[in-house]
Ligand binder design. Structure first.
Ligand code: MTE
Ligand code: MO
Length: 546
């Protein structure tokens, strides 16, 4: 029945109006957030809030399934939900014009609340992108839906029998569908207005993007201008034989572009080096320190190879990397501030690092001051830190998982106690203390590879940072454990490559690897999940020779 046709066209038009008003809202919010703070945009703020509230196991699953794309997936998810809600509000507005528009405003309030509650919120201005966007979206919806509502009312007011379509036999009806909503409604006009709103939105969004990237250009330019001083203490070696030449093995040094990235930042913090400051304060700090980037570079810098590992790394997973870091020794700075470790009577046992994006990470003061190469790093593999990896300054502590030590975009160090303060991840099911667990990984052959029978090079890396790797063994099916050839050790803070020349008989085989650290402990075969303090178990791959 054409009566239904008209209603359906009205519904479709209302949905479209809702969708476009949501689009305009997000686009305008994008533009305003470029002026305020990119992090204050509704998608980023709501996404950040969602990340903070995601259970550890789900977050780990997301990291595992989507890798570094987890953030993209999250943002696309938020956009999809927004589109659905906006469509629903369009339909609601067809029945209740004001309520529909008010619904758009309500979602603006949700975005504003999320932005204000972010740990790095700058205050009221952070609410503006969501509020301005929602206001624009509500007006667009109200305006677009008006004629549709009027048409629907008019339609309902006319008794069915009096409707021309009902009276005229089918064949006699005009071919083009009767205006969905005749009185006062024109499809052409509606589409024109909707298109105009969408175009304005696109313009606003594009302008916002351009503005944001030109602003973040400050940090990019600042990074390009950084001249890293030569280290007062260059990295020793790495000694000859550190790097094996086996195709498919992880290189000893992970190039920056391949280095894994794990953080909660939906917008990478952009900190120009000349605005950077680090404050060191808290319990047992005799002399508070406040350091500029220039002052940090003027200190004697050391260069060290250190392997970083994420606690979310599954057995055999990719979240480990080895880089040559350049930085100032954190232990020396703390000593200058008058800090004593607990073993020498200091009152603070936890060092809480805080980043510009409000992340907090807590490391044992004892570990940071026990002589290991805990660094405030400015350089990574011969370059200033990439923005993704913490420019201008991050922490790196050998032997501790990243989430308790490797604070990127660091701006504050507070000495406190484990009793007094739980940092970000500890409030989310992760352990207070997390030394890296011994792990070995098979890089080649890949799972389900089909090598030709005969000599097959099996190779990979093993790590037990700050203890050192002493032995890596491999087991074929249920056979005896065989020693592999270990590459030379750079330092006990780095991973070590290993290889094994395997005589593969035709058939399906399981290769399993295990490492033993310098304390003599062989990695357990007991499987434990990543939560709360790192996965255990042995990596194995199944291959089909022949
Ligand atoms: N500011 C900030 N620093 C952070 C994080 C973060 O989410 N925010 N994640 C930590 C975690 S869990 C790890 S494993 C390392 C990863 O460092 P990368 O991304 O340079 O590899 O950074 C750490 N530092
Ligand atoms: Mo991590």
């Amino acid at each position: 029945m054409s009566i239904d046709k008209a209603a359906i066209e009205r519904g479709a038009s209302a949905s479209l109006a809702g969708l476009v008003s949501g689009y305009v809202a997000l686009a305008l919010a994008e533009l305003v957030s470029a002026g305020v703070r990119p992090e204050a945009g509704p998608v980023t703020a709501v996404g950040g809030a969602a990340i903070d509230r995601t259970p550890a196991a789900v977050k780990d699953w997301a990291i595992r399934s989507f890798g570094t794309d987890d953030k993209l997936v999250l943002q696309l998810g938020i956009l999809a939900v927004t589109a659905l809600l906006a469509t629903a509000l369009g339909l609601l507005a067809l029945r209740r014009r004001r309520t529909g528009a008010a619904g758009v405003l309500l979602f603006g309030l949700v975005g504003a609340a999320a932005a204000l509650n972010r740990p790095d919120s700058d205050g009221f201005a952070d609410a503006l992108p969501s509020l301005a966007g929602a206001l624009a979206g509500a007006l667009v919806l109200y305006a677009l839906i008006g004629p549709l509502v009027a048409a629907a009312r008019a339609e309902e007011a006319v008794p069915a029998a009096a409707r021309p379509e009902e009276a005229v036999p089918l064949a006699a009806r005009p071919q083009e569908a009767p205006a969905a909503a005749r009185p006062g409604w024109s499809r052409r006009r509606f589409l024109l207005l909707t298109g105009a709103a969408a175009a304005l939105g696109t313009g606003a969004g594009a302008a916002g993007r351009t503005l944001t990237s030109s602003r973040s250009g400050d940090a990019v330019a600042s990074r390009a201008a950084v001249v890293l001083p030569p280290p007062a203490s260059p990295a020793p070696g790495p000694p000859p034989g550190t790097a094996l030449r086996v195709p498919g093995i992880s290189p000893f040094t992970t190039p920056n572009k391949d280095f894994y990235r794990v953080d909660t930042a939906l917008v990478v913090p952009r900190v120009p080096a000349d605005t950077w400051r680090l404050r060191i304060h808290g319990k047992g700090v005799a002399r508070e320190l406040s350091l500029t980037f220039e002052e940090l570079l003027a200190r004697p810098l050391v260069e060290r190879d250190i392997t970083l590992t994420c606690v979310s790394n599954e057995v055999g997973g990719p979240y480990a990397g080895n880089a040559r870091w350049l930085g100032a020794r954190l232990g020396d700075l703390l000593a200058e501030a008058g800090v004593r470790p607990p073993s020498r009577g200091g009152p603070a046992d936890q060092l809480v690092a805080r980043s510009v994006d409000g992340m907090t990470l807590g490391a044992p003061v004892e570990d940071v001051m026990d002589g290991r190469e805990a660094l405030l790093a400015v350089g990574m593999n011969g370059e200033p830190l990439p923005l993704d990896h913490g420019f201008p300054v991050r922490m790196v502590v050998p032997g501790l998982y990243g989430y308790v030590s490797a604070c990127k975009w660091i701006e504050d160090i507070e000495l406190t106690t484990f009793d007094a303060y739980d940092p970000y991840w500890v409030r989310r099911e992760w352990a207070r203390k997390a030394p890296v667990k011994t792990q070995a990984r098979i890089d080649t052959p890949k799972p389900f590879a089909r090598p030709a029978p005969g000599t097959v090079m099996v190779a990979g890396v093993a790590w037990a940072q700050h203890r050192g790797i002493d032995r890596v063994e491999i087991q074929v099916d249920d056979g005896p454990w065989q020693e592999t050839d270990l590459a030379a050790e750079a330092t006990r803070d780095t991973w070590r490559q290993w290889s094994y020349s395997w005589q593969a008989a035709p058939g399906t085989h399981t290769l399993t690897v295990r490492a033993t650290d310098r304390t003599g402990e062989t990695q357990t075969e007991r499987r434990a999940p990543t939560v709360p303090d790192g996965a255990t178990g042995r990596h194995s791959v199944v291959v089909m020779a022949g």
